[in-house]
Ligand binder design. Structure first.
Ligand SMILES: [Zn+2]
Length: 437
C-alpha cells in the first residue's frame, strides 16, 4: 500500500483536525504558556475527563493527590472541551519558539493528545462523527481500507485450498478448534510463551531493574487480553477466557500484552519520558489518543519482530504444543492455515467502518464478519461486540501494525536495526505521521 496517499503530512493535520474539532488560533485566544505548564493542565484535564467515562484513563501513576482533586471537583464536558482548545492554541503559540528537536516532538505529541481529548469529549456529549473523522480526531490517522470485494478473490482461493463440506468459515473454524489449549494447561503454556517473548526482547532492549507483571485469567470482558500498567515498571496482564483459547494466542498475547508489547512500551515511556525527561504528561495515558496507534501497532508488530516466521513455528511446535498436550506433528498444518487466512485480517476494519457509518446493520456486520474473517457465530459476536464498545479504536491493531511495520522494515534492515527502531518508537514521543517516509 502507498501510505503517502492515506496519511496526511503533519502540516495538513491541523487543517483536517479543524474539520473535526474547530481548534484554530482564530477562535481561541492563545495564552502564553510553557510546555511544562500546558502539560500540567493537560494532566488535570485528562483526570477530570476520567470522571465522565470510566475507561477514559487507561493508566495513571502520577501523584494520587492530583487524581483525588480531579474526582472531587471535575469540570463539565463543555468546560473541558474549551480547556482542550485553549491548551491546543497555547501549544500552537509555543511551537515556533521551541528549538530542540525533542521539545518540538514532545509538543506535537501533546497537541495530538489534546485534539484527541477534544474529539472524545465531544463524543461523550453525544456528537456522532463519521468513522474517518472519529479516527482522525482521536488517533491522528485514517486507515487505508480495501473494499470487501478485494477479499473475495482471497476467499475464492481458500475455497479451493481448504477441503471439506459446508461453508468455508465453518470448515476453517472447525479446523482451528482442534488447536484449543485445555483450560488446565493455560497457565503453564502462557508462562512459557511470555518467558520466551521476554528473553527475545531482552537480547535487544535493556529493561529496567525490577520490571515485572502479574497475569490473571478472567471472563466477561469485551477484549481478549488487556495490560493495566500500574507504574513503577509493573503491569497487570489479564487474559479473557470467555471463548476457548487456541495455541497461537499464547505467543500473540505474550508479545502483545507483555514483551516487546504494552508492558515494555509502558515501562520505557515511564523510564525515558516521565522520569528521565520529566515529561509528566506521560504519567497519564488516556485510552483514546494517537499514542494508541503506536501502542497497539508496536504490540502487534512486536509478535513478528520477536518471532520471525520459522522461529515462531519451531518454538510453538517444540515447546508450547507439548506443554498444552497437543500433537507437535500437527503444528505445521495450523501454522499454514494461519498464513493462508492472514490476508483476510484487513476486512475487520472495512466491516467496522461500514457498520459504524451505518452502511450495514449489526446483523449484517455479524454475517460479514463470519464470512470474511472465517469465524464462528460466537467469535464473530465477540468481534462485533468489541467494535460496539471501542468503535474506531479497532484501527489501532491492523492499521497501527501496518504503519509500524512499514517504518521498521523500511529499507529491509537487519534484526539489530529493526529492534533499534522499535526501541525508538517505544521510548520517544511518536505520532503516526512520524512513521511515514
Ligand atoms: Zn493491546
Amino acid at each position: 500500500m502507498n501510505l503517502r496517499y492515506i496519511i496526511l503530512p503533519l502540516a495538513l493535520l491541523a487543517t483536517t483536525c479543524a474539520n473535526v474539532a474547530p481548534v484554530t488560533p482564530a477562535n481561541v485566544a492563545a495564552p502564553a504558556m510553557s510546555i511544562a505548564a500546558i502539560s500540567d493542565a493537560y494532566i488535570r484535564l485528562t483526570l477530570e475527563a476520567g470522571t465522565h467515562e470510566a475507561e477514559y484513563v487507561d493508566a495513571y501513576y502520577g501523584p494520587p493527590a492530583l487524581q483525588d482533586a480531579a474526582k472531587a471537583n471535575p469540570r463539565s464536558l463543555a468546560q473541558l472541551i474549551a480547556e482542550a482548545r485553549t491548551l491546543t492554541a497555547a501549544i500552537d503559540a509555543a511551537l515556533p519558539s521551541l528549538r530542540a528537536e525533542s521539545d518540538r516532538r514532545r509538543a506535537v505529541a501533546l497537541r495530538g493528545m489534546l485534539i484527541a481529548a477534544d474529539t472524545r469529549l465531544q463524543m461523550l456529549q453525544g456528537r456522532k462523527f463519521s468513522f474517518n473523522d472519529e479516527a482522525q480526531g482521536q488517533f491522528a490517522t485514517v486507515p487505508d481500507l480495501k473494499p470487501l470485494a478485494h477479499y473475495d478473490a482471497i476467499l475464492a482461493n481458500l475455497e479451493t485450498l481448504i477441503p471439506g463440506d459446508g461453508p468455508l468459515a465453518a470448515r476453517v473454524d472447525a479446523f482451528n478448534e482442534r488447536y484449543v489449549i485445555p483450560k488446565d494447561r493455560l497457565q503453564p503454556v502462557f508462562d512459557a510463551a511470555i518467558a520466551e517473548c521476554k528473553r527475545r526482547t531482552m537480547q535487544y532492549i535493556p529493561l529496567p531493574a525490577g520490571e515485572t507483571f502479574v497475569m490473571e485469567f478472567v471472563t466477561g470482558k469485551p477484549w481478549s487480553g488487556y495490560n493495566y500498567y500500574k507504574g513503577n515498571y509493573k503491569s497487570l496482564i489479564q487474559i479473557n477466557t470467555d471463548l476457548p483459547i487456541r495455541i497461537s494466542r499464547a505467543v500473540d498475547l505474550g508479545c502483545h500484552e507483555g514483551y516487546p508489547g504494552h508492558h515494555v512500551l509502558n515501562l520505557m515511556v515511564e523510564e525515558q519520558m516521565a522520569r528521565k525527561n520529566g515529561w509528566k504528561e506521560y504519567e497519564v495515558n488516556p485510552l483514546y489518543s494517537p499514542t494508541s496507534v503506536l501502542s497497539e501497532g508496536s504490540a502487534n508488530y512486536g509478535i513478528d519482530l520477536a518471532f520471525p516466521a520459522a522461529e515462531r513455528l519451531a518454538f510453538e511446535r517444540d515447546i508450547l504444543y507439548p506443554i498444552a498436550g497437543l500433537d507437535p506433528k500437527s503444528a505445521q498444518a495450523f501454522w499454514e492455515m494461519q498464513q493462508m487466512t492472514e490476508a483476510l485480517s484487513g476486512a475487520r476494519l472495512t466491516i467496522a467502518k461500514m457498520y459504524l457509518d451505518g452502511a450495514v446493520t449489526r446483523a449484517q456486520a455479524l454475517e460479514l464478519t463470519q464470512t470474511y474473517l472465517l469465524l464462528s457465530p460466537a467469535r464473530a459476536e465477540q468481534s462485533v461486540k468489541f467494535t460496539d464498545h471501542y468503535r474506531s479504536y479497532v484501527i489501532n491493531y491492523g492499521w497501527g501494525k501496518d504503519l509500524v511495520r512499514d517504518y521498521i522494515e523500511r529499507g529491509n534492515p537487519d534484526a539489530a536495526e529493526r529492534w533499534r527502531r522499535m526501541e525508538k518508537i517505544l521510548s520517544e514521543p511518536t505520532v503516526p505521521a512520524d512513521l511515514l517516509p
